[in-house]
Every structure is written in C-alpha cells, then in structure tokens.
Design a protein around this ligand. Structure first.
Ligand code: UT7
Length: 312
C-alpha cells in the first residue's frame, strides 16, 4: 500500500545560540579531563551556555530569525510545535510562552513534545500531518534547549557533551508532488535508565553510542527506501550532533562520504532537540537550497530515533 505522505513547503529557518561559551579548557578546571580527550573522543571544542535566558526566549529569537529572513506574515502562523526536554516550566507549555512572546494573539494551536534528541524530527512529522488536514495555514516548528541547567558538572562522562541553543523552521502545506516529505519515527521504551533526566542528565555513554550507530543507519535506510531514493539523490544529510565518531562510524559502514554529513558539533556540542534545526539553518545560510533534498536523522533518549527527507 502506498503511504499517504504529506506535502510541505519549507518557507524559512532560523537559529539562536547564546553568546557565552564553555570551552574544553573551562571543563578541564571542573573535572579530570583534557581538550585532547574531548576532541578525539567527541569532536567537541566549545558549547554555548544560556545565562539568565529561558528556553522560550531562545526559541523566540530563533523563530524571529526565521520570520525576518523572509519577512513572513506572522498572522499566517496558526500552529506551533516546540520540541524540548528543558521547557521553562511544567505547564503552560513552552510553546504557549513562545506564542505569547511572539505576540500571536489570534487562534494558534501550540504545544510541546518530548522525544529527547529526536524531538525536532518528531515535531516536524506531527506538524506536517496536521498541516495536511487543511486546518492550518502555517506551522512554526522549533527545537530549543537549555541543557546546561540539567548537566551535572561533576560528571566527566556527560558534562563535556551538552550545550544550549534553539532552531526554528516555518512550513506550509503544499500541493505539488515535488514537495512530498518522507518521515520515519520510532521509539523503544527503555526501563534501564540508559539515558535519563530526573534532575540531572545520567547516561551510559557506551550503550547510547552503540544504539545511536544502529539507529542512525536504520533511520537513514528506511526513509530512503520509503522515498524510493538512493543516498546519491540526497544533497545533504543533517544528523543530530552528538558525537563526531558516531557519524564517522555510520559514514564508514554505509559507505556515505563524510562530506555528505553537515557537522557543527565542534562549536555547539550536543544541543538535543535544537541540534538538527540549528544545523538546517546553517545549511540555508551556506547553500543555494532551491530544489535540494535534505535528509534529517536523529536519535536519543527514550530510546527514540527518526528521519525525514525534505525537498526544498
Ligand atoms: O544525544 C544522544 C545522547 N548521547 C550520545 O549520543 C552520546 C553517546 N556516547 C558517546 O558519545 C561516548 O560514549 C562518550 C563521549 C560519552 C564517551 O566516549 P567513549 O569513547 O565511549 O569512552 P568510554 O565511556 O568508553 O570511556 C573510556 C575512558 C574511561 O576510563 P577507563 O574506565 O577506561 O579508565 C572513562 O572513565 O575514558 C574515561 N572518560 C574520560 N576521560 C577523560 C570518560 N569521560 C572522560 C572525560 N575525560 N571527559
């Protein structure tokens, strides 16, 4: 049976990262580690840290960046999907705060989703499916995190990895075949506390690493198969930025050249749900995007994993 794939137009994308940096040298002062260990094991050099800034405030700045780039008529936005594990508070949702801070006083459906580092890919599929109903004119899909507030800076296994930031995308329903989007999202409940946050992040890095490599490979292959495409048809793969070695491993085992993966984790570290939209925004900055196909692939706590192919 042919699946009913949503057709969406990617209108714009934007990002925001706070200006304060945490360098590897800063971390050397907190835990027993070294710039050399962090660089060779992860590829991370710096991460950004939100000082007195809420997740919703960074998300609004990322959204405003996306809006400004195309001078978007915000009265068209009637759906906001916010992916985060570090929302401002339990309720209202961070998406509600974003809506208010953007000054959207017309009727908007806005809510958060939690799928850890896969959150943005989940959010995109949810928003695309809702747009397909014909009930909404435009969706703002955002991934934003203030992970530094849940990092345990005495745990060298995790504190070297995470940073803060936000990325946003505006999408509209489309009617042309060329705007078909393809999604694959999945989860497998894990009760072994492999990657959890009760108050601070706790992770069995080795187990997550192995899961990540398998999940990325499966998600890339699955969405390519569903779209009837080969990896050669894809202009850029935008992976969740967790560890450069995870991406190198997938590149090697799937024989996909490293140049096909867009990387920026040396500057931002792992920003969970924000990493993919921040990277998409940088892809838009650096490339002529017309008629390009991008493949997004995420994985994270849950376990969750997922992928999408967007035709720009
Ligand atoms: O967003 C999705 C969630 N997260 C991920 O995708 C992360 C997945 N995992 C990873 O990226 C890697 O497993 C880590 C970067 C977390 C760790 O790298 P690794 O190569 O798997 O190291 P390891 O855990 O096997 O540790 C090797 C050694 C250990 O020492 P011993 O037991 O061999 O003496 C660790 O204690 O490295 C030690 N170590 C460190 N040494 C210096 C662990 N963290 C550090 C550190 N600095 N920061």
């Amino acid at each position: 049976m042919k699946m009913n794939q949503p057709m969406i137009k990617v209108v714009s994308s934007g990002k925001y990262v706070p200006s304060t940096l945490i360098t590897n040298e800063d971390l050397e002062k907190l835990v027993e580690t070294s710039d050399e260990w962090i660089m060779t094991r992860t590829g991370i050099k710096t991460r950004h840290k939100a000082v007195d800034e809420l997740t919703s405030e960074m998300a609004v700045k990322a959204a405003e960046d996306a809006i400004k780039r195309v001078n978007y008529d915000v009265s068209k936005i009637d759906l906001i999907v916010m992916a985060t594990i570090t929302g401002d508070q339990m309720t209202p949702s961070t998406a509600n705060f974003i809506q208010a801070k953007l000054g959207l006083v017309h009727e908007v459906m806005s809510f958060d989703i939690n799928a850890a580092c896969t959150g943005f890919v989940y959010g995109l599929e949810v928003a695309a499916a809702l747009l397909q109903t014909g009930r909404f004119r435009a969706a703002l899909v955002i991934g934003g995190e203030t992970l530094t507030k849940i990092v345990d800076y005495t745990d060298r296994n995790t504190c070297i990895l995470f940073g803060d930031g936000a990325g946003a995308m505006i999408i509209e329903p489309a009617t042309q075949e060329r705007n078909k989007a393809y999604f694959f999202n999945a989860a497998r409940g894990d009760l072994n506390n492999t990657l959890t946050v009760v108050s601070k992040i706790k992770m069995d890095g080795k187990k997550v690493y192995q899961f990540a490599v398998d999940a990325m490979q499966q998600a890339i292959q699955k969405v390519l198969d569903d779209a009837g495409l080969l990896v050669e048809d894809i202009d850029m793969i935008i992976p969740h930025q967790a560890n450069e070695r995870i991406i190198q491993s997938v590149s090697k085992s799937m024989s996909i050249p490293m140049e096909k993966f867009m990387l920026n984790l040396s500057e931002y570290g792992n920003t969970s749900a924000a990493s993919i939209p921040i990277t998409i925004s940088e892809y838009f900055d650096k490339n002529e995007t017309k008629n390009k196909k991008i493949l997004l692939v995420g994985f994270g706590g849950g376990f969750t994993w997922g992928s999408a192919i967007l035709q720009l």
